[in-house]
Design a protein around this ligand. Structure first.
Ligand code: ADP
Ligand code: MG
Length: 597
């Protein structure tokens, strides 16, 4: 028989285990969430594999998770009938960290102590050492023998083929030897609470070994029987001779604690229910499971629908209330882009469809469960599948409709949404020509007439002057500089409204809108000659009168100016710098320059 092999953890793993133990000590219970989620992943994997090869399921039991505590032995065992691991997978998965960016991740974890990060970053397994001083992993894959992995987290682990043979058939058993002082994780009530909490949205049955009070029939003792007999005989004496006496009962019912497997979760996925069956609390709770990395915040809004027609699918999509902090984003770059989970008929397929939503909508989190996608083709082929393109379009439309619905019906929420995601909307206008018109409706700006309030372009259009042919805006670094601009003077005095664009991306976005609502061009008042419909004669007269001056200025600044003109657009200020109609505005020039750097 093969002797146990002792192997070293990768240096990063050692460091990681130290940091996890030292920074997450106040949320030790998360180990159970991580172990359950790994078991669920392993079950997802075997189910996925079996779609292409049914015989893969023959080797083991039903797809399920079982959790059992043994107080005498001080062990907590979590067993799944998932894919299991080959020897090589054991060594790689539980001894090394494959993901890059580990150093930054470790730093973030140290600083934030955010236990959600470990799950997001894919190092959840090591959290078992928060409560265990020794861990044994027994695992059996369809592709290898059964192996035993063991470690006390002190820089090495051992691996050996299991001398007992294939006790598991298929799957993995994690045996945690519970540390001194952490006995609560062996208590039934505590475990029941935690398992319920962390398994609410797991799509496989989870059983907990529990002792339940039950009615049990037990035989009567000799004394009890004697009493019964005596009672019967007394009754017989009083009764008529021919009356038949009933037999005495020889058993009684008592309450007794009976150990048994108790199911802890409901396995009907929330998105397969009708929206009427789901409460707001359930939607919020599911969001937190889905968007672990975003902490404990409720989402801003969601849309849950059943798409019918040529391609049928169910979907539940959320707008998170916040985007991850900059720091988090940087250390989680690797994990990002996995925001939509794709299922086919309730079978998890992947969360690695980086382009199921366009980049500008990457903040959306949710699930798409399709009926008509092939299950057992490669990711690349699936990516190109015609139905997936249709699904994508519908999902985008639904998201846009959700945004528009907020804008129409919940102003307060919409403003919150816009504050967090305005850049995404603007980026969408630039990148998504097909939905540009819809996205433009979502834009909001303050203006010369809005008293500091944000308005939609529709509101602007409603109060346009009858002779007005364009939508006017002015861009600048800040609202103050825009408002102080001499370029605003005459146009606002004449009663036209001018939108203020103080964000760098604003002008970039609106310059790709050809005509808003198919009617009006957006026009930067800092560019070219503004035709406000009058003053042509006056301009011509003044132009002639001041030719010597304009000529002189042009000569002095010939390398900096294209032209010097007399204009009637100013009221108080003597001069203003403007760009030519087809040139860049100062604001655009800044963006372009910043990008070039
Ligand atoms: P993640 O789950 O994010 O990949 P973990 O640290 O939780 O990171 O787990 C590391 C790896 O160990 C998993 O990716 C998986 O390959 C393997 N693993 C852990 N638990 C199990 C299990 N119960 N069955 C099969 N493989 C497992
Ligand atoms: Mg995990």
């Amino acid at each position: 028989r093969e002797k146990a092999q002792t192997l070293q953890f990768q240096a990063e793993v050692n460091k990681l285990m130290g940091i996890i133990i030292n920074s997450l000590y106040s949320s030790k219970e998360v180990f159970l969430r991580e172990v359950i989620s790994n078991a669920s992943d392993a079950l997802d994997k075997i189910r996925h594999i079996s779609l292409g090869d049914r015989s893969q399921l023959d080797s083991g039991s039903k797809l399920e998770i079982r959790i059992k505590a043994d107080r005498q032995a001080r062990t907590l065992t979590i067993t799944d009938s998932g894919v299991g691991m080959t020897k090589e997978e054991l060594i790689n998965n539980l001894g090394t960290i494959a993901k890059s960016g580990t150093t930054e991740f470790l730093k973030t974890l140290k600083d934030t102590q955010d236990s959600n990060l470990i799950g997001q970053f894919g190092v959840g397994f090591y959290s078992v050492y928060l409560v265990a001083d020794n861990v044994t992993v027994i695992t059996k894959s369809n592709n290898d023998a059964q192996y035993v992995w063991q470690s006390d987290a002190h820089s090495t682990f051992t691996i050996s083929e299991d001398p007992r043979g294939d006790t598991l058939k298929r799957g993995t058993s994690i045996v945690l030897h519970i540390k001194e002082g952490e006995e609560e994780f062996l208590e039934q009530e505590k475990l029941a609470t935690l398992v319920k909490k962390y398994s609410e949205f797991i799509n496989f049955p989870i059983y907990l070994w529990t002792e339940k009070e039950q009615d049990v029939e037990v035989p009567l003792t000799e004394e009890e029987l004697a009493v019964k007999r005596k009672e019967r005989d007394e009754a017989a004496e009083e009764a008529e001779a021919d009356e038949e006496q009933p037999d005495i009962e020889t058993t009684k019912t008592v309450k007794e604690k009976v150990p048994q497997w108790e199911i802890m979760n409901e396995t009907k996925p929330i998105w397969t229910k009708s929206p009427k069956e789901v409460t707001q609390e359930e939607y919020n709770a599911f969001f937190k499971v889905l968007a672990k990395d975003l902490g404990d915040k409720d989402p801003l809004a969601h849309v849950h629908f059943n798409a019918e027609g040529d391609v049928e699918f169910k979907s539940l999509l959320y707008i998170p209330a916040e985007v991850p902090s900059q720091q988090q984003q940087e250390s989680l770059v690797q994990a990002m882009g996995r925001n939509i989970k794709l299922y086919v008929k309730r079978v998890f397929i992947t969360d690695d469809f980086r382009d199921i939503l366009p980049k500008y909508m990457s903040f959306i989190r949710g699930i798409v469960d399709a009926d008509d996608l092939p299950l057992n083709v490669s990711r690349e082929m699936l990516q190109e599948h015609r139905n997936l393109a249709i699904i994508k379009n519908k999902v985008i439309r639904r998201c846009l409709a959700l945004f528009q619905d907020l804008a129409d019906n919940d102003k307060e929420k919409y403003e919150k949404f816009y504050e967090v995601y305005h850049q995404n909307i603007k980026l969408g206008i630039v990148e998504d020509a097909k939905n540009r018109a819809r996205l433009s409706k979502l834009l909001m700006f303050t203006s010369s007439k809005s008293n500091g309030k944000m308005i939609h372009l529709d509101e602007y259009m409603e109060r346009m002057k009858s002779d007005q042919k364009e939508i006017y805006y002015l861009s600048g670094d800040s609202l103050d500089t825009i408002k102080a601009s001499p370029l605003l003077e005459r146009i606002t005095k004449k009663g036209y409204e001018v939108l203020y664009m103080d964000k760098p991306i604003d002008e970039y976005a609106v310059s790709s809108i050809e005509k808003y609502d198919g009617k009006f061009q957006l026009r930067n008042v800092a560019k070219g000659n503004l035709d406000l419909g009058d003053d042509k004669e006056e301009t011509k007269r003044l132009d002639e009168e001041f030719t010597p001056l304009t000529k002189w200025i042009k000569e002095q600044l010939s390398d900096k100016l294209e032209a010097v003109r007399v204009s009637v657009r100013l009221v108080e200020a003597p001069a203003a710098l403007v760009s030519s109609l087809f040139g860049w505005s100062p604001q655009m020039e800044k963006i372009i320059r910043a990008q070039a750097l």
